[in-house]
Design a protein around this ligand. Structure first.
Ligand code: SAH
Length: 264
């Protein structure tokens, strides 16, 4: 599988842009697992989670998540490293939490590879945006009260004029909102949604480290969720689900098996 021919006829490596799923190794695709097992090098950050990273021997993995100092920003370094390894003829897995194309910069990496004439393949993964609410007993849509779902980054500052996310318009959809990277700026986008007319009693849930061994879930309303986040000390990575669907968890919780329950 390695040693595909590049455009100029030289044997080159190949990069697999692989989604790891939300963190439980059993939720990796069969293909992701096989590629991770067979890769010469796995380039990863921390998001695939401890259980998946533990499957990869130290000598075959490189953490490209953090690189303090130095002239390369992390993304530039990762891009450069992928091309470098491909030119050595390596079979590279670029392992990304969830799905590579859901707020994962997979699009940029793919374009970089194409520009540098490196062969690549995209291996989709189960996004935390879908799996996180799911394992917590929160359906993203529901025939009775949610006919649409929006995936949104909470990273943008909602108070800045040029914010790319129109929270007021999102408040008006009446559908489910799933916010990624939304722990730090929770107070700001909650206020923006309230400003857009969303009711204070709208159910909200936060799923922290979904499918990791130490998964936690908090549920409240638009009115209470900021206090709950602070009281429970919710930290990234976490998914915020806003909308009527978030209330279903409380109705089913007594029978919901979570995390490693089935093993115990
Ligand atoms: N490509 C990833 C998302 C990357 S953006 C995916 O498809 O899941 C990073 C954000 O993803 C985090 O801030 C958090 O909101 C979310 N996230 C990723 N893994 C998570 C997990 N196991 N539990 C909760 N949130 C997670």
């Amino acid at each position: 599988m390695s040693g595909v021919d590049t455009a100029d006829g030289e044997p080159g490596g190949v990069v697999y842009l692989v989604g790891s799923g939300p963190g439980d190794p059993d939720l990796m695709t069969v293909k992701a697992r096989r590629l991770v097992d067979e890769a010469d090098v796995v380039l990863h950050d921390k998001l695939p989670g401890p259980e998946i990273l533990d499957l990869i021997p130290e000598e075959r993995r490189e953490d490209v998540g953090k690189r303090a100092g130095g002239e390369w920003t992390p993304q530039e370094y990762t891009n450069r490293r992928m091309v470098e390894l491909a030119r050595e003829g390596k079979r590279i897995v670029r392992l990304k939490g969830g799905d590579p194309f859901v707020f994962g910069r997979g699009g940029e990496e793919m374009e970089h590879l194409a520009e540098h004439e490196v062969a690549f393949e995209v291996v989709p993964g189960l996004s935390s945006a879908v799996a996180g609410p799911g394992v917590a007993g929160i359906p993203l849509t529901h025939r009775d009260f949610a006919s649409s779902v929006s995936f949104v980054t909470g990273h943008e500052d909602p108070t800045k004029e040029e914010s790319a996310v129109d929270w007021e318009a999102l408040a008006a959809t009446g559908g489910t909102l799933v916010v990624l990277m939304g722990v730090g700026k929770l107070p700001e986008y909650v206020a923006a949604l309230r400003g857009g007319g969303m009711a204070p009693e709208t159910p909200v849930a936060m799923v922290e480290r979904a499918t990791w061994p130490d998964q936690r879930v908090v549920t409240g309303t638009l009115d209470t969720i900021v206090d709950l986040r602070d009281r429970e000390g919710i930290e990234p990575p976490a998914i915020t689900v806003i909308g009527e669907v978030a209330a279903t968890r409380e109705r089913v919780k007594a029978f919901l098996r979570e995390g490693g329950d089935e093993d115990g």
